[in-house]
Design a protein around this ligand. Structure first.
Ligand code: FE
Ligand code: FE
Ligand code: ZN
Length: 278
């Protein structure tokens, strides 16, 4: 069965997110580990985590996906920006261990003119400094639209990062449908071809989660503006093929669509209905 949820606000803690997810008909969800644009992180409330785990385990639900702040850029040309990235990344990973065995997703970063090669080296440096053999969290690199100087617009760039990370067994990939489309991968006309390319370049065994978003822009636009499912250039028939594709079968799907709770509830039930065999 389709595992699907949306990106929720973490401002009221884990239990609140768990309850909200249940209300939406979700069996997974995503959230920011801290203010997406700033840096501060609230202390973990152990009682809150405990109450969340009880709710979640009673349902038998699986992994949730934390998202690093957008401001985290490990490959900035500014030292203080890179230092914030390292500190926030390490701190987030430590905090993730209060909810063991989940995913932590981050945007590889923007090289801001230093070039892809230098950018990749900065990212790898952070990963090799911060990943720990004992951690239970799997860190996911997100496929990016290629806006500005974003790294991760091709499967090859992500593969390079995985290859150079020493603890690569702690790593995986999160595929964002809006981003790969904006990056130029034709998931509408040639989904099988894109999946085959992912498998050839990275390996499907490394694909751990999907961000399911329509796109406000045509293929290859490098824009990264999410649309509601079926309201963008990707379109509903393509999403039907995506959620039914064997390569994505058991992965958590996260909606990052511009919506309120009613909108997500509707999208989740629509996608669940679409997933069922005719
Ligand atoms: Fe993201
Ligand atoms: Fe995303
Ligand atoms: Zn995006």
């Amino acid at each position: 069965m389709l595992r699907i949820g949306s990106h929720l606000s973490s401002s009221k803690g884990y239990e609140a997110m768990g309850r909200q997810a249940l209300k939406l008909g979700a069996d997974t969800f995503a959230f920011f580990t801290r203010n997406p644009r700033g840096g501060s992180a609230k202390a973990i409330d152990l009682k809150d985590v405990e109450r969340f785990q009880l709710i979640w385990k009673a349902q038998g639900y699986g992994k949730i996906t934390a998202h690093a702040p957008y401001t985290l850029n490990a490959c900035s040309d500014k030292e203080e920006v890179r230092r914030f990235a390292w500190e926030a990344f390490a701190d987030d990973l430590a905090r993730m261990e209060y909810t063991p065995g989940n995913y932590y997703n981050f945007h590889p970063g923007s090289h801001v003119g230093q070039g892809v090669e230098t950018g990749i080296q900065w990212i790898v440096k952070m990963l090799n400094a911060c990943l720990k053999p004992e951690q239970t969290t799997i860190v996911l690199l997100e496929t990016m639209a290629g806006k500005g100087s974003e790294i991760g617009r091709t499967f090859e760039e992500l593969k390079r990062i995985l290859d150079e990370t020493a603890l690569s067994d702690k790593m995986g990939i999160c595929l964002d449908t809006c981003h790969v489309w904006d990056a130029g991968y034709d998931i509408v006309e040639d989904l099988d071809g894109v999946v085959a390319e992912f498998d050839r370049v990275i390996g499907l065994q490394h694909l751990k989660a999907v961000h399911i978003n329509d796109s406000m822009n045509p293929k290859g636009s490098h824009k990264d503006r999410h649309a509601r499912i079926g309201e963008g250039f990707i379109g509903l028939p393509a999403f039907e093929r995506i959620i039914r594709h064997p390569a994505f079968r058991d992965l958590p799907f996260i909606l990052e669509t511009p919506n309120d709770d009613a909108g997500w509830t509707a999208e989740i039930s629509m996608l669940r209905a679409l997933e069922k065999p005719l």
